[in-house]
Design a protein around this ligand. Structure first.
Ligand code: NAD
Length: 280
């Protein structure tokens, strides 16, 4: 029997190349698995080191290497670089290396993000989360646009936001306010890019997950933060009977938006949230 992630005979992304940020862990790792299973070659980046205000571990260089091996085992080609989405120059260099290798990049998944909702609040958490989640997303799209437009083949850009990009949740800490602001901010980017790039056949959408079982929300500091926040801590936050969804649930939405099945879908905020937003 086929599982949700089984490679089909004809891949839904055969012949395409995807650029994915934050790809060594959590959701990013799941996105690249799913995209690779459907035939995409990959250009992947991850910071692979901690950020001071983030209380849970970010990925390691060994995890980036593992991600490459996993995609290669699925028969895909991969270009991987340790790169921080805050550093436009380094990100452009990573993207350009992938572009030189494959000749075209058709899909962008701006996934890298942090959630520095510290119980011990810290002023610099605001700046860090805005820099990574908002400016990092801007950088990710900006480095990709020129070659996508020049290729004249259209493309798909998927921005990973959050339910905190659609509702006023995330708490009152510097990091929590910054998280909600950054995740709303990327919706503004998405809507503007969707209009600006439609003429070139490039579609731009955002995905808004509820809690997903990754390191980001499994850390004791985040669990304590959630327990203390009345907007998040009530017994069953989602309408459907599930506390946290799995990374593949989000990756399946990313895959669909990346594929030609969604060829007339652009400018959309797509919740993958088990009914969380509708229940608010
Ligand atoms: N887990 C959730 O509950 C949840 C819910 C809604 C939205 N999201 C969003 O999904 C995305 C992925 O989150 P996740 O749960 O997989 O978190 P995660 O911490 O498990 O993974 C994030 C990945 O991004 C990398 N990263 C962090 N900062 C980076 C930077 N500056 N440059 C490059 N790479 C960087 C990390 O090393 C890590 O590999 C984030 O944008 C997050 O805000 C997550």
């Amino acid at each position: 029997m086929r599982g949700a992630g089984t490679r089909t005979a004809k891949g839904r992304l055969d012949g395409k190349v995807a650029f994915v940020t934050g790809a060594a862990g959590g959701l990013g790792r799941s996105h690249i698995r799913r995209l690779a299973e459907e035939g995409a070659d990959l250009v992947i980046v991850d910071i692979c080191r901690p950020i001071d205000t983030v209380p849970y571990p970010l990925s390691t260089p060994a995890e980036l290497t593992e991600a490459v091996s996993e995609a290669e085992a699925l028969g895909r080609r991969v270009v991987a670089r340790q790169s921080d989405v805050r550093d436009r120059e380094a990100l452009q260099a990573a993207f350009d290396t992938g572009l030189a290798e494959f000749g075209h990049i058709d899909v962008v998944v701006a996934n890298a993000g942090i959630a520095p909702m510290l119980v011990q609040d810290r002023a610099e958490a605001w700046q860090d989360v805005i820099d990574v989640n908002l400016t990092g997303t801007f950088n990710t799209v900006e480095v990709a646009i020129p070659s996508m437009v020049a290729a004249g083949q259209g493309g798909s850009i998927v921005i990973i936001s959050s339910t905190a990009g659609l509702a006023g949740i995330g708490g009152a800490s510097n990091g929590g306010l910054g998280y909600a602001a950054s995740k709303h901010g990327v919706v503004g980017l998405m809507r503007s890019y969707a209009n600006n790039l439609a003429h070139d056949g490039i579609r731009v959408n955002s995905v808004h997950p509820t809690g997903v079982a990754t390191r980001m929300i499994a850390d004791p500091a985040i669990l304590e933060f959630v327990a203390q926040d009345p907007s998040l801590s009530h017994e069953a936050p989602n309408a459907l009977d599930v506390d946290t969804i799995e990374p593949v649930d989000v990756s399946n939405a990313v895959l669909w938006l990346a594929s030609d099945e969604a060829r007339y879908v652009t400018g959309v905020t797509l919740p993958v949230d088990a009914g969380f937003i509708n229940r608010k």
